[in-house]
Design a binder for this molecule. Structure first.
Ligand code: 173
Ligand code: 173
Length: 329
């Protein structure tokens, strides 16, 4: 073979190898949502995925598999733990079956930006890695307090004789208010209200219009309590398989997602106004009762956490709860 022919052939081979390598570097992650496809969380997520895939060509892609039609919401956590899917949009309350501590994150009173600075994010991942076989990637929702929505008027925080739809988020608090509780995923709330199976439900300030619950809702009880935690979680072995460039790209996009979280403050205001416009009346207690109601939610929340996992609860409380001035040791 003449030298220049050899050189051309070698160049071609090198090009093919480089193309092959570049192709091998792109990886597609499978993502499932525990929240409904037509709700605000998935809409918000899909805008992010679109940008992720446009900018991540040749490095990392996300394949959105679907929501509850693809997989029942309360099974999503186990699917991430076992690697049936790579990533999920989920909330802690939906995967307490694989990780009881996941529901503790609703108690956080500091922003995710602060959690990344004060060691909370690492503390969360120590637990998620070890006990859940998962990496906690990013918190997509903040500034969304939970509320009690009911169809019977009350003038004090007493739910005696009422049946309320819950998830683990609200269980012990609503039980402390004497409610009878029934756990359902979001997709079953409308029918439960329509059939009178429940007299009310727990949900954040935003999103009740997504599944038309406003049609079956008379009152919202104020104030709200806790903060809805909706996050991306990833199967740990899948996470560990990411190359350095893939990991850097993923982290860049996760931080960009969290940087949008001020959106939820605005959304809370808009949804509050929209509820009033839809005829949903607000039940407000007197100031002392309102203060007591909210404080009780946190007391019950942290007490439940301490019972389930004392060491993690104590550690998380020190990192996630607001320090009351003068009570720091
Ligand atoms: O077809 C699939 O992608 C699949 O197997 C699957 C598994 C779990 C959830 C969603 C899809
Ligand atoms: O009420 C619920 O289904 C629930 O637990 C939840 C958690 C985070 C966001 C929205 C709802």
């Amino acid at each position: 073979m003449k030298f220049h022919v050899f050189k051309a052939a070698a160049t071609l081979l090198l090009c093919a190898a480089a193309a092959g390598a570049a192709h091998a570097q792109e990886r597609t992650l499978r993502l499932v949502s525990a929240f409904p496809e037509n709700g605000i969380y998935v809409h918000h997520l899909q805008a992010w995925i679109k940008k992720f895939n446009e900018e991540g060509k040749g490095v990392l892609q996300i394949n959105f598999l679907g929501g509850p039609k693809t997989m029942p919401p309360f099974e999503v956590g186990n699917a991430v733990k076992t690697g049936v899917v790579d990533i999920a949009l989920n909330t802690g309350a939906f995967y307490t079956n694989v990780l009881p501590e996941a529901d503790f994150l609703k108690l956080s009173e500091v922003t995710i930006a602060e959690q990344r600075k004060n060691g909370a994010f690492e503390a969360i991942n120590e637990v998620w890695n070890k006990k859940g076989n998962m990496q906690y990637l990013a918190r997509m929702v903040e500034h969304q307090p939970f509320h009690l929505y009911i169809n019977k008027k009350i003038d004090k925080p007493d739910l005696t004789g009422m049946k309320i739809r819950i998830t683990p988020v609200y269980r012990e608090f609503f039980q402390a208010l004497n409610a009878n509780v029934i756990t359902t995923p979001p997709g079953e709330v409308y029918t439960a209200l329509e059939r009178g199976v429940v007299d009310g439900y727990g949900w954040p300030i935003g999103g009740i219009f997504d599944l038309n619950w406003q049609e079956k809702t008379k009152f919202r009880v104020d104030p709200g309590f806790y903060d809805a935690e909706v996050s991306l979680i990833m199967n740990l072995p899948a996470y560990k398989k990411l190359t350095q460039p893939q990991l850097a790209y993923l982290n860049k996009q996760l931080l960009a997602l969290e940087a949008q979280n001020t959106f939820w403050t605005r959304y809370a205001e808009e949804e509050t106004a929209r509820q009033a416009k839809a005829g949903i009346q607000t039940i407000k207690f007197d100031e002392a009762t309102a203060k007591r109601y909210r404080a009780q939610a946190y007391e019950v929340g942290w007490a439940t956490a301490a019972k389930q996992s004392p060491e993690v609860a104590a550690r998380f409380k020190s990192l996630l709860a607001k320090q009351v001035p003068g009570t720091q040791q």
